[in-house]
Write a protein that binds this ligand. Structure first.
Ligand SMILES: CC1=C(/C=C/C(C)=C/C=C/C(C)=C/C=C/C=C(C)/C=C/C=O)C(C)(C)CCC1
Ligand SMILES: [Fe+2]
Length: 560
């Protein structure tokens, strides 16, 4: 059945119009009636292509369908029920009039294929959420990203590409051999771009995951999938950091080399599709590079982390997930931080540091002496006390079965100090007492004007214990070493994304926006005054929204 923009949504879809009827909803611009393309209650979010009996079994072991409407299961961990929606949002509070643009949030919002439920949070097919703010009003929308992986799953009713923990099930030995061959070429890896979303300096908006082929261009207004972002260089590689550093003029990323353990540091100018090789970092430990989900830069340097949680080619090939999925823990291999000069591509420091586990770097900056010489690099991250347990805690079964016990592993703001004077060791210490943010710490943002520079404030998810997942929003003051926390019983907030007020001078002059999935099944975009960390408004979606990961901000007419 065609949706308003003409896209076909498969199968048994009821189109209910006027989802906001009877509510105090205000549209930013006259909109056609808001449209929900919704599946009937309790049906899978994607319909299998044929009745299950007519097809070979797609599960290796019976698994209760996840994402159902079971009592006690939080809406944050249930699949989004509609392919797409758009409409005016009901407002509580007053939005600042200067807030003029679109907040985008990406994340794995669909964890079911028919009766088959995925295992891990990171497996879900990408759901892109938009909240556009104008004249004190808000319009919301969401849409599934049309990756090849998602389209194939929708068509065949089964996993067709290698996801974070899910792999296609071979129905014959021949197809198994075919899958192995395709793995080496990278063609069986997913392009399900469910992790990040960034606005490039030239205005294009990219959704990303860790496969290079999973870089997908979307339209920030319609949420249409516009196509693959084709890198026109010959740098090759299958995977890269899910979090490039993007500024108005450039894009930096890391490409791990799994054959000859190391990383290529590459840079792409805004307005082009061509990455250029800047330099290479050889790993100090083995047998493979450490996982580089993200990394930080400073004004003159790129910081390349090498943590003992390392990629594992064997695990990439496995048919069943291992305890650490595509990775392995190699404590004996050591933990390192490398620093590369952006201009020369030379490695200017490579130090051993205490063991660490991090997915998200917060920021980095240069420490200078009284003569203006750079003496050290300071790099901050959300650090999981060198404990990989967090990956297991993010299995959907664990997320859905909160019993009131405090099971979220402790995390902190880990501050590395990397001396540039040839000293072989670097330091890693907490930047503030982790009790300030409930010993939960991940999904961070900062004022974009401070990327690579000294900074004072970071916004992240923290914990109000007992909990099984970060359940607060926290504003960290790295100078005072204190935190301000937002908490609402039963709420699961996503990354608080800092949006500066145009013309702002102070670092925390702006708002922090987070999408919250509430316990009662409602969902809203929460707007906090970044200075006071008090709520200024919430814009409510008329349906439940699953948890999501990372965000970006597209100012209005930023391309005009
Ligand atoms: C690793 C490979 C792949 C997929 C990687 C993906 C989808 C990684 C996603 C990582 C994320 C979202 C990390 C977020 C961490 C958040 C934490 C720890 C929050 C903690 C709260 O306290 C494939 C693309 C599937 C294939 C190649 C290898
Ligand atoms: Fe991430």
């Amino acid at each position: 059945r065609p949706t308003p923009s003409g896209a076909a949504v498969p199968g048994r879809l009821a189109t209910s119009q006027g989802a906001n009827k009877g509510k105090r909803a205000v549209a930013a611009q006259p909109l056609a009636a808001s449209v929900v393309t919704e599946t009937p209650t309790l049906t899978p979010a994607i319909a299998p292509a044929a009745p299950p009996a007519a097809r070979p079994p797609v599960v290796d072991a019976p698994r209760r369908r996840g994402g159902g409407r079971g009592a006690g299961e939080h809406a944050a961990w249930k699949s989004v029920r509609q392919e797409r929606w758009e409409g005016a949002l009901e407002l509580e509070g007053e939005l600042p009039l200067w807030l003029d643009g679109t907040y985008l949030r990406n994340g794995p919002g669909l964890w079911n294929l028919g009766d088959y439920g995925f295992r891990h949070l990171f497996d879900g097919y990408a759901t892109l959420v938009r909240v556009s703010f104008r004249n004190g009003r808000a319009v919301g929308a969401h849409r599934q990203i049309e990756s090849e992986a998602y389209k194939a799953a929708r068509e065949h009713g089964k996993v067709c590409y290698r996801e974070f923990s899910e792999v296609p099930k071979s129905d014959s030995f021949l197809s198994y051999v075919g899958q192995l061959a395709s793995l080496f070429s990278g063609s069986s890896l997913t392009d399900n771009s469910n992790t990040g979303v960034v606005r490039l300096g030239d205005g294009r908006v990219l959704c990303l995951t860790e496969t290079i082929k999973g870089s997908i261009v979307v339209d920030p207004d319609t949420l249409d999938t516009l196509g693959k972002f084709e890198y026109t260089d010959n740098l090759g590689g299958l995977i890269h950091s899910a979090h490039p550093i993007v500024t108005d003029t450039e894009f930096w990323t890391l490409i791990p080399d799994l054959i000859r353990p190391g990383y290529s540091v590459v840079r792409m100018d805004a307005g082009t599709n061509e990455r250029r090789f800047v330099g290479r970092v050889d790993c100090r430990g083995g047998p493979a590079p450490g996982w580089v989900h993200s990394f930080p830069i400073t004004e003159h340097y790129v910081v390349v982390p090498e943590m003992p949680l390392r990629y594992c080619a064997r695990n990439l090939l496995r048919a069943e997930p291992t305890p650490l999925y595509k990775f392995e823990w190699h404590l004996e291999s050591g933990s390192y931080m490398h620093v590369m000069c952006k201009a020369s591509g030379k490695v200017v420091a490579s130090v051993e540091v205490p063991p660490y586990v991090t997915f998200h770097f917060i920021n980095a900056y240069e420490e200078v002496d009284e003569d203006g010489r750079v003496t050290a690099i300071v790099a901050d991250c959300c650090e999981h006390n060198a404990n990989t347990d967090i990956l297991d805690k993010l299995r959907l079964q664990n997320l859905r079965s909160f019993t009131g016990q405090d099971v979220l592993p402790d995390a902190r703001v880990g501050r590395f100090r990397i001396p540039l004077d040839g000293t072989p060791f670097g330091e890693l210490e907490p930047a503030l007492d982790p009790e300030e943010h409930g010993r939960g710490m991940d999904m961070c943002s900062i004022n974009p004007a401070h990327v690579g520079k000294e900074y004072r404030y970071a916004y992240a998810c923290g914990a109000h214990r007992p909990c099984n997942f970060p359940n607060t929003l926290t504003k960290i003051d790295l100078v005072e070493k204190t935190a301000k926390n937002w908490y609402e019983e039963g709420a699961v907030p996503s990354e608080p994304y800092f949006v500066p007020r145009p013309g702002a001078v102070e670092e925390d002059d702006g708002v922090a926006i987070s999408m919250v999935s509430a316990r009662d099944g409602s969902a809203y975009a929460l707007v906090l005054d970044a200075k006071t960390f008090q709520e200024v408004a919430r814009a409510k979606f008329p349906y439940a929204m699953p948890y999501g990961l990372h965000c970006c901000w597209v100012p209005r007419n930023s391309n005009a």
